[in-house]
Design a protein around this ligand. Structure first.
Ligand SMILES: *[C@@H]1O[C@H](CO)[C@@H](O)[C@H](O)[C@H]1NC(C)=O
Ligand SMILES: *[C@@H]1O[C@H](CO)[C@@H](O)[C@H](O)[C@H]1NC(C)=O
Ligand SMILES: *[C@@H]1O[C@H](CO)[C@@H](O)[C@H](O)[C@H]1NC(C)=O
Length: 409
C-alpha cells in the first residue's frame, strides 16, 4: 500500500490539474452564445472592487437603526436653504432623532456618507442642475444644506429660470433647481367657443409634448450634471376633467386626444429625445425614479395620514405599493415602469430611489408643517420628506454615483 501512495497522489494531482486547466480555459474562451449584456446603468460599481467583479447595487438593502448619537444629520434647522414646511426640526416634528438614526445599508457593498469637502473639491468649477417637480426641490434642499457644511460662504443663487439654488464660492460650484413639473411646456387656456359645450369645462391646460418648459430650455449647457424627474403632477387631482390636460404636437392638438397616461408616455419620449439631442454627451445625466407617498386610510384630501413611528417592513411594501393591490399610493411603481421604458438605450442613468424610500412611512412632515391651519387646508404631507431625513440618503447615493462616474472616465 505504502509504495503505491506516491503514485496515487501523482495521479490525483494530474487529475486535479486537468480539471483546473479545463475550468480555467473555459473561463477564458469566448462564450458560445451572445456575450452577456453590460450591466444596466443603474447598477453602481464599488470603486474598491475591481471593475470586472460583481457590480454593487446601491438601491437594494436595508435601513439599520444606529445609535442616534453616532448617526447624526449633517445640518440642522438653521440651514438658510430650508423650506419652512420641510424644516422638521424647526416645526418640532416628533421622532426626528430616530428618523435620522436609520442608515441605508446596501446589501453587497459599503456606502459611505458624502464627504462634502471632498465632493465639492471634485466638483470645482462645475455645476449641478435639478429639473422637475417639488420632489426634486426636496432633493436639492437637502443637497444644499449638506454641501454648505463645507463652505460657510454659501449663498442663495437665483436666475430668471432657476427656482432656487446655491452658490459655493470656495469651490466655484452652483447647484440649482429648475421647476418644470411636467417637463414639457404647458399653459392655461380659458374655454374657447370651439371647445363646444362639454360638461363643466372651464378651459384646458395645453401641453406641447415636443417643447420643453421654458424654465429649462437653453440652460442645460451650464450644467455638468443634470438630474431629471417628473410624475407627481400626472394625476386627475391636479388636472380634473373641468380643467384637463390637452396634448399638442407641432402646434396642433393630437387627434384622437390622449388620455393622461398616454400623454405622460408621449411627453417622456419627447423630453428624453430632446435631452439626447441637445444636452452635450459629456454632461452626466441622471433620472431619479418616483418618490413614493405614504397616505394611510385615505388620499391626501381625504384625511390620509402618515403618523407612523417606524419604517414599513419589507413584506408590507407590495401591499402598499403594488398596483395590483389598488392602494392609495400605487402610482409610483406604475409611473416608474413607463419612465424606465422611455430611458432604455439612452445615456441617462436611472437613480432608483423608490424602493429604499418605500420603507420610510415614518419620515414625512405629516402634521408638523410649521403653519397652524396647514393640515386643515392641505391635509397631512405624506409626500415630501422631512429635512434632515431620507433625501440625505438620496444625496449620498447621487454623490457616490457622480464621484464614480467622474473618477472612472
Ligand atoms: C467658475 O466656473 C465656471 C464654470 O462653471 C467657469 O466658467 C469660471 O471661469 C469659473 N470661475 C473661476 C474664477 O474659476
Ligand atoms: C433657445 O436658443 C435658441 C437658439 O439660440 C433660440 O432660438 C431660442 O429662442 C431659445 N429659446 C428660449 C426659450 O430662450
Ligand atoms: C376628515 O376628518 C374631519 C375631522 O375629523 C371630518 O370632519 C371630515 O369629514 C373628514 N373628511 C373626510 C373626507 O373623510
Amino acid at each position: 500500500m505504502s509504495s503505491n501512495l506516491p503514485s496515487t497522489l501523482f495521479h490525483c494531482l494530474v487529475f486535479i490539474s486537468i480539471i483546473l486547466l479545463y475550468l480555467y480555459s473555459s473561463l477564458l474562451s469566448p462564450p458560445s452564445s451572445k456575450p452577456p449584456p453590460p450591466p444596466p446603468p443603474s447598477l453602481a460599481t464599488d470603486k474598491k472592487v475591481s471593475s470586472n467583479s460583481t457590480p454593487c447595487n446601491l438601491f437594494k438593502g436595508k435601513w439599520i437603526l444606529q445609535n442616534p448619537n453616532s448617526q447624526r444629520p449633517l445640518y440642522d434647522e438653521t440651514c438658510p436653504f430650508h423650506r419652512n414646511a420641510w424644516n422638521c426640526f424647526k416645526n418640532q416634528r416628533a421622532h426626528m432623532g430616530i428618523i435620522n438614526a436609520r442608515q441605508w445599508v446596501p446589501e453587497q457593498c459599503v456606502m459611505n456618507r458624502i464627504d462634502p469637502e471632498r465632493f465639492l473639491g471634485l466638483m470645482r468649477n462645475k455645476n449641478i442642475g435639478f429639473i422637475g417637480d417639488s420632489l426634486n426641490e426636496n432633493y436639492i434642499v437637502s443637497f444644499l444644506c449638506v454641501l454648505r457644511t463645507a463652505d460657510d460662504g454659501a449663498r442663495k443663487w437665483k436666475t430668471k429660470r432657476a427656482w432656487r439654488g446655491g452658490y459655493f464660492p470656495k469651490y466655484n460650484v452652483t447647484v440649482a433647481y429648475h421647476r418644470a413639473v411636467l417637463l414639457a411646456r404647458y399653459r392655461w387656456q380659458p374655454k374657447q367657443s370651439e371647445d363646444g359645450d362639454q360638461d363643466g369645462l372651464k378651459g384646458i391646460y395645453r401641453v406641447d409634448v415636443d417643447i420643453p418648459a421654458v424654465e429649462w430650455t437653453n440652460v442645460t449647457d451650464f450644467y455638468d450634471v443634470l438630474v431629471f424627474n417628473t410624475g407627481h403632477w400626472w394625476g386627475y387631482d391636479k388636472f380634473p376633467k373641468e380643467k384637463p390636460l390637452v396634448f399638442y404636437r407641432e402646434g396642433k392638438p393630437i387627434n384622437p386626444p390622449l388620455e393622461m397616461s398616454d400623454g405622460f408616455k408621449v411627453v417622456l419620449e419627447n423630453m428624453v429625445s430632446y435631452i439626447q439631442k441637445e444636452v452635450p454627451s459629456k454632461t452626466l445625466k441622471f433620472w431619479r425614479l418616483q418618490s413614493p407617498r405614504h397616505f394611510y386610510g385615505g388620499e391626501w384630501n381625504r384625511n390620509g395620514s402618515c403618523l407612523l413611528d417606524k419604517p414599513l417592513e419589507e413584506d408590507q411594501l407590495d401591499l402598499w405599493f403594488d398596483p395590483s393591490n389598488n392602494g392609495v399610493n400605487k402610482e409610483a411603481r406604475q409611473l416608474n415602469r413607463v419612465i424606465q421604458e422611455a430611458l432604455q438605450g439612452t445615456d441617462i442613468e436611472v437613480l432608483d430611489l423608490t424602493h429604499l424610500s418605500e420603507f420610510r412611512a415614518d419620515a414625512h412632515p405629516a402634521v408638523w408643517l410649521g403653519k397652524k391651519d396647514a393640515v386643515a387646508i392641505w391635509g397631512q404631507d405624506c409626500m415630501h420628506w422631512c429635512l434632515p431625513g431620507v433625501p440625505d440618503t438620496w444625496v449620498d447615493i447621487l454623490s457616490e454615483r457622480i464621484r464614480n462616474r467622474l473618477e472612472t472616465r
